[in-house]
Design a protein around this ligand. Sequence first.
Ligand code: BTN
Length: 325
Amino acid sequence: MTHDEQLLALLREHEGRSISGAALADRLGVSRTTVWNHVEALRNEGYVIDGATHRGYRLVSAPDRMLPDEIERVLRTRWLGRTLWCYRETNSTNDIALARAAEGAPEGAVILAEAQRRGRGRFHRRWLSPPGADILASIILRPTLHPRLVSQLVILAAVAAADALRSLHGLDAHIKWPNDVTVGDRKIAGILAELSAEAEQTNYVVIGIGLNVNVSRAQLPKAIRATATSVRIELGRAASRIELLAELLARLEPWYARWRRDGFAPVKARWTELSSSLGRRVEMRSGKAAVTGLVADLDDDGAITLRLDSGIIRTIASGDMTIVG
Ligand code: BTN
């Protein structure tokens, strides 16, 4: 532990009470001036610490920053997120996760960032998020899985994200095929899976999740202002990113265990409950081609079964969906 971490641990031991500068100096084996320097360093990190050397110090609040220590305090998982890398800024957390996975990072490792310079979404779109506002996470998984079935994990992650938003914030979250988590038909989270695979077997999968937590309506890019939302917009107040992340990982871990044990059927059953598209009329667009029909089912490889207006049943593996009725 660094001195900053030791100091924080001591302040936490005295939760709600002050501890004198002299006592802190004694416990850390440093001078009072050094204690003061460390207090200042923590304040610069965003910790609110009351007091001064002669009055004693009291921890008032911790920052909602993606700091490993803060996250570990609220994490309830066994293995997911137990290896954590947090970045202030990076090109894309998926890039880091892919690189770390190639170097042998363990299953369940999570990469987080406060900001991304080149966050990406599906179809090479950009994923924009103001620094420090949202959850930008990439999770490394090493499933025994045919690469064709990787969308099962995307759906599993969407189920976990929707359930986390429901349980922690009571939001009426749904899933719009294939990977959008929505509230009131507005997108609140997106998932981008990328993988390394042989012909028949997956080496590793990176599940990238972008979840709008504290981005305000004004901060949303104009082009998506009418179709996107955030926890803050829905609740009318800011929310803790760390708590939501912990909830998301706490949901994801058992879903993944269940999927490994029982296959896709239970995930699919929950997806069906959460789906905002099943039974709805949608327009599916892929490039310039578009078809309209009723969403009849979801396949085991994540594709969608569409009953076209002509009565023909068509399976569609990817594309952009707009709900039209
Ligand atoms: C989509 O809806 O198109 C998927 C968006 C996925 C965005 C996340 S943010 C964290 C991770 N890093 C990226 O560059 N993309 C994913």
